[in-house]
Design a protein around this ligand. Structure first.
Ligand SMILES: [Zn+2]
Ligand SMILES: [Zn+2]
Length: 820
């Protein structure tokens, strides 16, 4: 086999495609659209890794397939280029984040181009372009007008290493998501929030309509965390405080209340005597995130104050606990130790009494170490005694409503999205503070508020170090003002970039109605499962919010979501420099060519499953591509046998379906099997069809053979996907081959047994087939396959050699076998 320099073929066609603007997307109303998108990457300095290459190849195969199927395809790429990693890397390397980012992007693009990805590069987006982030600022102002953005002081997660606030989603087990060794601390700061909770119910309801992995859908639902319950008003220091519960049937079992340790009004309930204990307790708390709180040891301290029970009128002590989220409900929960295990453990720990108010419907609750958490029948609950839990919930709600001491409510775990970041490399928040006018929005005509180049790093918030940026006039009264120096969370950028791709050069508007209504929603969105809650919730929120502001008509951004599996190193471990098991995509494309890498990446496993790299695997794929190449040079073009006609036409259907269903690994098996069945002569059209089936996976080689062997002047990449001629499909051919293969493997088994048992090799095989099947067993082919001489007889052949009467054992599909 000749060594072919596939990498130079890659470059040639990549150039030709670019020259022909082959992949530029057009809003062609006569065509159906298809929008295939891979999550735009953060351009890290270390360049593209194999996981990126895999992710992009998955989307590219589908984009190419849809293009060949007559769709107008949008397949864009951009860069999520703002963010802390660039800022930190820049500080470390002494380079400006802009320079660091621009260099990284350039390298990324080179690597992406080497993979032969069919992107419309004319639509490239970079978050750090003022022409992109001006629209973040614009949307911020639109949201502000509609009350979807607001400012408030609140306890926030703070990472001392990031020197910035973290969103709840960015705190993992009480640690920073980037710095797993850094405990997150709680600070109180004035911050900007996006009111994602306004859409909590719709975000939850619409999850069911999505063609997304079930696991991701469950995570979204859980994150939004809807619960129906009752808001009960407890009187504290003469004021009514709302407390949320899903189990108001246990109301008479309340023996204490717990207030969040981060509650903004905590100081009002802490008595002088208890202050010292409370302060000591607060110092120990590391996270305000529900998930972390669920895992922490439940601890608390008595506040010194009491609340009045709304129905019994009894005094109930108020504790401060580390397991209550400040902005869940009102930040105060009722504790029912007899019927909630967490409260039970807490009460035991601090010797707080419990009152049983629910009895099992049958029998008694006997386990003294466990709370009885099930529904049952009410006891010790005044006029509600004897009611079932379900009945009691309704009756107690009515009783509370009559006294104006409570009502039915729905609660969500979802928090509003904190977007203020005390960092440089992000979108400046378009606000100016004035002593007289307060927080004044920058006028839309003054956008973008440009991120200044000149700042000093390493001394807190870098934007504070540029006085020209900070000291500005108030847009309202003209007096001295001070610009907001926080920047936006970069998830703001990624919340709508997929919309901007539909009209990326628009200077007048973030998106235009024509383009957005043509392209949205994204039909196929590929990326890592780590975005289950942050990016995907924010993007869904943005879509709904912008719909209500009149920008688009759809309610969901991504119709189908696909999470690719991880590509591990050859040793089965996550690829890492320290393990030395990293595979660089660029090394692979220059050694084997892009097509081999693409084919290999999607053949290792089902694309949604994890896989491990294999250097013998990619070698074998390289040999396959080389064999296709050699075949194209040596084949005789004439007519295809009925067998090949059948196989080619059947493959058109199977491979088309396989691609649509992202069963790429199965498709590659079929492509290889079909090729292996080819004979020394083939119809030119059938071979062209084969190349078309191969083209989404191996576009460069396909394009080269298409032009230079088959003589086409147009591109295979935009050729029309072949249609199967069903009259050529004859499933009998497959059946015959199956029987043939089965017979071969039966004989091989017999030969092996003889070798193992008798220690000798057989000399001759005699095969007895029923008359209609005789012609399916070519003795030359069989002899060659088995490496031993084979004779084939019909069972009714009177001249046959059959010393043991094996002919009588033959059945349809199973010839008799005699071995000598
Ligand atoms: Zn951090
Ligand atoms: Zn002013």
């Amino acid at each position: 086999m000749k060594i072919v320099n596939f990498s130079s073929i890659d470059k040639k066609w990549q150039k030709e495609w670019e020259k022909a603007k082959l992949f530029e997307a057009k809003e062609d109303t006569k065509k159906e659209k298809y929008y295939a998108l891979e999550m735009y990457p953060y351009p890290s300095g270390s360049g593209l890794h194999i996981g990126h290459a895999f992710n992009y190849t998955l989307g590219d195969i589908l984009a190419r397939f849809m293009r060949m199927n007559g769709k107008s395809v949008l397949h864009p790429m951009g860069f999520d280029s703002f963010g802390l990693p660039a800022e930190n890397a820049a500080i470390k390397e002494g380079a400006h984040p802009r320079k660091y980012t621009d260099t990284a992007i350039k390298r990324f693009i080179d690597q992406q181009k080497a993979l032969g990805l069919s992107y419309d590069w004319s639509r490239k987006i970079q978050s750090h372009d003022p022409e992109y982030y001006r629209w973040n600022q614009y949307f911020f102002l639109q949201f502000l007008k509609k009350g979807l953005v607001y400012r408030k002081e609140s306890p926030v997660n703070w990472c001392n290493k990031c020197e910035s606030v973290l969103a709840n989603e960015q705190v993992h087990n009480g640690k920073c998501w980037r710095h797993t060794d850094i405990d997150v601390v709680i600070r109180n700061l004035e911050q900007w929030f996006v009111k994602t909770t306004k859409y909590a119910d719709e975000l939850l309801k619409d999850v069911d309509s999505l063609d997304w992995p079930e696991r991701i859908k469950a995570m979204q639902k859980n994150w939004i965390g809807k619960s129906e319950g009752t808001e009960v008003l407890f009187e504290i220091n003469g004021e009514k405080w709302p407390v949320f519960t899903t189990r108001v049937d246990t109301l008479f079992g309340v023996t204490f209340l717990v207030m969040s340790a981060q509650h903004s009004r905590l100081s009002e309930i802490v008595t002088k005597e208890q202050k010292k204990h409370v302060d000591a307790f607060l110092k120990k708390i590391k996270s305000t995130k529900q998930e972390d709180m669920d895992k922490m040891d439940k601890e608390g301290v008595f506040s010194g104050s009491y609340a009045i029970h709304p129905l019994s009128g009894k005094k109930v002590p108020i504790w401060i606990g580390n397991f209550v989220v400040a902005d869940y409900g009102s930040g105060v929960v009722m504790a029912v130790p007899a019927h909630d295990q967490r409260d039970f453990d807490f009460a035991k720990k601090y010797s707080i009494p419990l009152i049983q108010v629910i009895k099992p419907a049958k029998g008694e609750h006997s386990d003294k170490n466990k709370a009885f958490e099930d529904y049952g029948v009410l006891v010790n609950s005044h006029e509600f005694n004897g009611l079932t839990s379900e009945e009691a919930i309704r009756h107690i709600q009515i009783a509370l409503k009559e006294k104006k001491l409570g009502k039915e409510v729905t609660n969500y775990k979802l928090r509003d999205w904190l977007i203020s970041r005390q960092r440089y490399w992000g979108t400046p928040i378009p606000i100016i503070y004035c002593n007289d006018c307060g927080a004044v929005p920058v006028s839309e005509k003054d956008l973008p508020v440009i991120l200044p180049e000149k700042v000093t790093f390493g001394k807190g918030n870098p934007l504070l170090t540029n006085s020209k940026f900070v000291n500005v006039r108030c847009p309202n009264c003209g007096k001295k003002g001070r610009r907001e120096t926080d920047t936006m969370d970069t998830f703001m950028d990624s919340s709508w970039y997929y919309m901007r791709f539909t009209d990326p050069q628009n200077k007048k508007s973030p998106i235009s109605p024509d383009c957005i209504s043509y392209w949205m929603p994204v039909d196929f969105y590929t990326g890592g499962a780590e975005h289950a809650c942050m990016h995907l919730i924010y993007a869904r929120f943005f879509t709904k919010a912008l719909r209500d502001l009149g920008y688009l008509r759809v309610s969901e951004p991504f119709t189908k979501l696909f999470n690719q599996g991880m590509v591990h190193g050859e040793d089965g471990f996550v690829m890492s420099k320290s393990r030395g098991n990293v595979v660089d995509p660029l090394d692979m494309t220059s050694k084997y060519g892009a097509d081999t890498l693409r084919l290999f990446l999607v053949s290792m496993a089902s694309p949604d499953k994890d896989s491990s790299w294999s250097s013998t695997g990619i070698e074998s794929m390289y040999k396959f591509v080389s064999r296709v190449w050699d075949y194209s040079k040596n084949v005789r073009f004439g007519s295809s046998s009925p067998r090949i006609q059948h196989k080619v036409n059947k493959a058109i259907i199977e491979i088309g379906n396989g691609i649509k269903n992202i069963n790429y690994n199965m498709v590659v098996i079929k492509l290889r099997a079909l090729f292996d069945s080819f004979e020394s002569e083939i119809d030119k059209g059938d071979f062209a069809t084969y190349l078309q089936l191969l083209a989404p996976f191996a576009p460069h080689v396909a394009e080269e053979i298409w032009h230079n062997v088959l003589g086409y002047k147009t591109f295979i990449s935009t050729s029309e996907w072949p249609t199967a001629d069903k009259s050529r499909i004859n499933d009998n051919i497959d059946k015959i081959e199956e029987i043939f293969e089965k017979t071969v493997s039966d004989i091989q088994n017999i030969l092996r047994i003889i070798r193992e048992k008798d220690g000798r090799d057989a000399k001759h095989i005699y095969l007895y087939a029923i008359p209609p099947e005789v012609r399916n067993f070519d003795k030359e082919v069989l002899s060659k396959r088995l490496g031993i001489e084979v004779s084939v007889f019909a069972v009714n052949d009177s001249k046959k050699y059959d010393p043991e009467g094996k002919a009588s054992k033959a059945k349809p599909g199973k010839p008799g076998i005699y071995v000598e």
